[in-house]
Design a protein around this ligand. Sequence first.
Ligand SMILES: [Fe+2]
Length: 115
Amino acid sequence: MIGSMVHQLIENATIDEIKAAGLESYYTDHKKGIYPMNASGVPFTAAYLESTSDPIANLSEDMAAEQKARATYENLIDLATDPEVIGPLLFLRQREVVHFNRFHELYDYYKKKGY
Ligand SMILES: [Fe+2]
């Protein structure tokens, strides 16, 4: 969804608008293509995904990831001014809350089973 939002925001942007948004470096490397990376320009990598055979360890990491995603969406909402951007960000933020709660239920389930 974020990639689609970025695409919709920049697909018709002029060079002057791209410069005004501070996206010259991005444009130089990717033009208007979508390139998944964090706000500091570090590309997404599957190395971020950890997995062990321990459900408590895995679920703890999953819950932390959901909270980090929620916090990132809240930071983006703080920066956004376009209601058509804020609306989807609020939806995505709420999804992270739901994901966290589902993972937490599984965490509690495994804890009760003695893991
Ligand atoms: Fe999530």
